[in-house]
Ligand binder design. Structure first.
Ligand code: FE2
Length: 431
């Protein structure tokens, strides 16, 4: 069993807010001063600690630039068959941990994925979804009857079949195993059991114009600096042991609170992911990441440098995605790298702390269809959220992380409890 480097107890304690502070600028000023004081008390300077992380990140940025110049693939690719057979090589594993992202080729048979895509069309059309669509859930003025790109649909047979499939469970367990899930006598999560996090579908049609999505981060906002659990999770960045910072250490990450927000994900995810339901070429508005897991340390430390105003966390605030920008993070953005061409049935994964974006596209060639299915292993946080998921599943409601659009409540052909297999029942904690 791994021994987590304990938090130093000889350093000044940090103020923490277990719920969103009322005075955000005040809390930012307070926590930044305390984090700086803690680093200084450890015998190092903030600049010195940041330089250590910056050097690690810069090495990654330069290596990625060199790979691109040589025409090498930056994104690791592993065949599903090798994951299933246990024949993934040590080099492939090292590459996955170095990059923090992965394409799983042939995760599902292409025909199966294309069938699921058509099943979803049949499912929504049979329930007159396009005729009754009310526009984006957070926009009261959305035009009625227009076709969305993101379908707020959670309980189709296709999605549930994929979520509870053996193939999905195998890949999730493989990805979870890249993390340290157990240390100091605590099992932070169970790598063998997923919590079946329900998310939506994207179907972007041929000819679509899309503005894409800017570079951002999903795991949290100000809570990443301000709650006690996250302060412990990122302890090495703030207590003079920055060299021990490990993006794959799950200690203290799986039970703590989060600040609520419209973009919040309640679950702890080792990796975010989606499964392709159409073939997609690399230049058609696809996912990009900054494939350097240590970049999270850079993002956490950058606001502590003296050129950032005392009440500013480099633009991070509650109720808004964590932005990554040219203003504060130009080095990181140099490494932004798109996925290679994928085929229906391939799946795409990225570490939960990883910077990502979706490129814009004009007059898209072919469809761009995915179902979002992450790796969200069983842990206290996911067990809490599973209770809400179970309720939504039984009633056909939208899960509580998403707008309460509830399209599927009266849809008779949604996936039924009797269709759950053992993996599905375990994921929903129904056994
Ligand atoms: Fe995101």
């Amino acid at each position: 069993m791994a021994i987590a480097t304990p938090a130093r107890t000889d350093l000044p304690a940090l103020p923490h807010w277990e719920t969103t502070p009322d005075d955000l600028p005040g809390a930012i000023r307070q926590v930044k001063a305390a984090l700086r004081a803690r680093i200084t008390a450890s015998g190092r300077s903030v600049e010195d600690v940041f330089a250590v992380i910056e050097k690690r990140v810069r090495a990654g940025v330069e290596q990625i630039a060199a790979e691109k110049a040589r025409g090498d693939a930056v994104w690791p690719v592993i065949d599903y068959a090798d994951i299933a057979a246990g024949t993934v090589t040590a080099d492939q594993l090292a590459r996955l941990r170095q990059r923090g992202c992965l394409i799983v080729r042939g995760h599902f048979d292409r025909d199966q994925a294309l069938r699921w895509d058509q099943d979803i069309v049949g499912y929504v059309e049979s329930n007159r979804f396009f005729e009754t669509y009310r526009g984006p859930g957070d926009d009261f003025f959305g035009s009625v009857g227009s076709r969305p790109e993101i379908y707020p649909i959670y309980w189709s047979p296709a999605q549930m079949q994929a979520r509870q499939s053996d193939r999905m469970a195998r890949v999730q367990a493989f990805l979870n195993a890249q993390w340290t899930s157990q240390s100091d006598g605590v099992q932070w999560f169970d790598p063998q059991r997923d919590s079946l996090y329900p998310d939506r579908i994207r179907r972007r049609p041929e000819g679509a114009d899309s503005a894409g999505l800017g570079t951002h981060l999903d795991p949290g906002t100000l809570d990443l600096w301000m709650t006690q659990a996250y302060q412990r999770a990122f302890r090495h960045l703030f207590d003079g042991t920055v060299e021990a910072y490990d993006p794959w250490d799950a200690a203290y990450r799986t039970a703590g609170p989060q600040y609520p927000g419209t973009t919040m994900c309640s679950a702890f995810r080792t990796f975010q992911g989606w499964t392709a339901l159409s073939d997609m070429a690399r230049d058609q508005g696809v996912l990009h990441t900054v494939p350097i897991p240590e970049a999270m340390g850079y993002l956490m430390l950058r606001p502590l440098l003296s050129d950032v105003p005392d009440d500013d966390m480099c633009g991070v605030t509650t109720n808004k995605v964590f932005p990554v920008s040219d203003t504060w993070h130009p080095l990181l953005l140099e490494a932004l790298t798109g996925i290679p061409d994928v085929r229906a049935g391939d799946s795409v994964w990225w570490h939960c702390d990883m910077i990502h974006s979706v490129a814009p596209v004009r007059n898209q060639k072919g469809w761009g269809n995915v179902m979002y299915i992450p790796a969200a292993p069983w842990c206290p946080r996911n067990e809490r959220y599973a209770a809400a998921v179970r309720e939504a599943f039984i009633t056909g409601a939208s899960p509580s992380d998403f707008p309460a659009e509830n399209y599927e409540r009266d849809w008779p052909n949604r996936f039924q409890p009797g269709d759950l297999n053992q993996t599905g029942r375990r994921g929903l904690d129904l056994d």
